[in-house]
Design a protein around this ligand. Sequence first.
Ligand SMILES: [Zn+2]
Length: 246
Amino acid sequence: MRDGVRCETEKRGHSSSRGRSPLEIIVDASEGFIPLWDKGTTLRWKFRNSSLQFFENPEAAKGEIEVLLGEAILAWGDAAPVKFAKREDAWDFEIVVKQGDNCNVSGCVLASAFFPDAGRHVLSIYPKMFTQSREEQVETLVHEIGHVFGLRHFFAQISETEWPSQIFGKHQKFSIMNYGSDSRLTAADRQDLKRLYDLAWAGQLKAINGTPIRFMRPFHASGVSAQAVMVGELQPVGRLLTRPEA
Ligand SMILES: [Zn+2]
C-alpha cells in the first residue's frame, strides 16, 4: 500500500516501520493462538448487492471487482492456503463497497478484511480504492487477502503490540504486508506463507514461539469436515473470472 493510505483490518493507524531491522513475516496471535485455515478449505464469498447500488452499473462494477479479486488471489500463487468460490448460499464472507471514505490525518482506508476464523465476515472496499492506479487496487486486495490467510502487518510488533502477533520466516521489510514504498508482494512473502502452512498441516509446526497454532474451519463448514466440502464442484474464483462485456 502507498503512503497516505491505510488498511483497517487491524483497526490501527498507519505507522511507518522504515529503518527497522528486517525480521520475518508476522502471524496473528491476538486471541492467544495463531489462527490458520484447515487444510482443504474453500472460502465461499458473495457480493452484498445492496452495497453496490450506488454504482451507475452495479453489474459492471461487480465484474471489475471480481477480476481484481481474482488477480489478487492468483498473485499469491500456490502459496494461497485456501481456495475461493463465489456462492450465494452458505457464504463465509461478503464483499461490501462502502458508500463513503474513511480518512484521517494518517490517510484514507482503502479496504479491510478479516483473519481466519469460523464466523461470517466482510471484505470492505472504500470508494478511495477505486481512485488509485489499477496496480494499487490489485495490491490492496493482495494485502487484504494476506490478512485473510492469517498474516498481520509487517510492523505489528512495533506499532500494533496491543494485538499480540508472532514472527515466522524471513520478515523482510519489502512485503505486501508493509505500507508505503516498502509494500510489494515478494517471493519471500509467498515462500514463508507456503512453508508456514505446509509445516503446520504436516503437524511439524504446532506452535510459534510458544503460541499454539489452531486450525479454523469456515462458517459454511461448521460441523462438516473440511474434506467433505471439497468435492469437486468448487472452483477457485481466479479460474472462473471473465471480464465484463465491454
Ligand atoms: Zn492491512
